[in-house]
Design a protein around this ligand. Structure first.
Ligand code: DX5
Ligand code: ZN
Length: 224
């Protein structure tokens, strides 16, 4: 299985989002990652489903939408209708994770759950068999350009074991502080999707940045 790279537009130029997304697609990104922040679950506010809808018209890559919002169940319908292919919500923010997962799937998208760095993996146990993606935050949610928290790599390893042992086909996504130095560590630990924002959009050339990231994981000996 090839490791996927999801380009996070959180670090893109908001004045030229369409061309930034096109550049990521041309450079070989596998998905576009949307960081939706509501000023409640995290202090910052980013954008809503209107941006997903607008970019859906200029990009054919799968859209991976990461809801960092309170009461995520209330947003599911809007984001799936706007074009989210994978919709991820935070377990810390959800009162009814199983029914939210089922709602996302019923509406036709893949469902994912996310855990903050300090949240125990056990919290995901109840939904592990039903989800398509487990997103482990490798920085505190809320802003781009932070350093990966190394202790989360042990959680990635445990998540890979748990997923293998329950026979789930869920991907493991890591999000935050991913660059050519940290990407190999995350893949070695068990990550199958890497989200990168600054490492793709803040380096001058999206093409070169994607190439460097892809190269950094090309020789990893995976045991999973
Ligand atoms: C942080 C977001 C990330 C963010 C990562 O709350 O969930 O997706 O874009 O940014 P970098 O890659 O700069 O750490
Ligand atoms: Zn994210």
């Amino acid at each position: 299985m090839r490791v996927k790279i999801a380009a996070s537009i959180l670090s893109a130029d908001y004045g030229h989002l369409a061309s930034e997304v096109e550049a990521a697609e041309e450079a070989g990104a596998d998905m576009i990652h949307f960081d939706v922040m509501d000023g409640r679950f995290v202090p910052n506010i980013t954008f809503g489903h209107g941006v997903v809808d607008a970019l859906r018209k200029v990009c054919s890559l799968p859209f991976h939408v990461h809801l960092m919002v309170a009461d995520p169940e209330r947003q599911v319908k809007n984001f799936v209708s706007a074009g989210a292919d994978v919709l991820v919500f935070h377990l810390e923010a959800s009162k009814k994770p199983s029914s939210t997962v089922r709602l996302i799937k019923r509406l036709g998208a893949d469902a994912g759950v996310s855990l903050n760095p300090s949240t125990d993996l056990k919290r995901a146990r109840g939904v592990l068999g039903e989800i398509d993606d487990l997103l482990l935050m490798t920085v505190r949610p809320g802003s781009a350009g932070q350093k990966l928290i190394p202790s989360v790599l042990a959680k990635v390893r445990d998540a890979r074991k748990a997923i293998l042992s329950c026979g789930s086909g869920a991907s493991i996504t890591v999000d935050g502080g991913i660059n050519p130095e940290t990407a190999p560590l995350a893949v070695e630990a068990g990550a199958s999707t890497l989200v990168a924002g600054s490492a793709i959009f803040s380096r001058g050339s999206v093409k070169r940045a994607m190439r460097d990231l892809r190269r950094s994981i090309s020789r990893i000996n995976r045991t999973w």
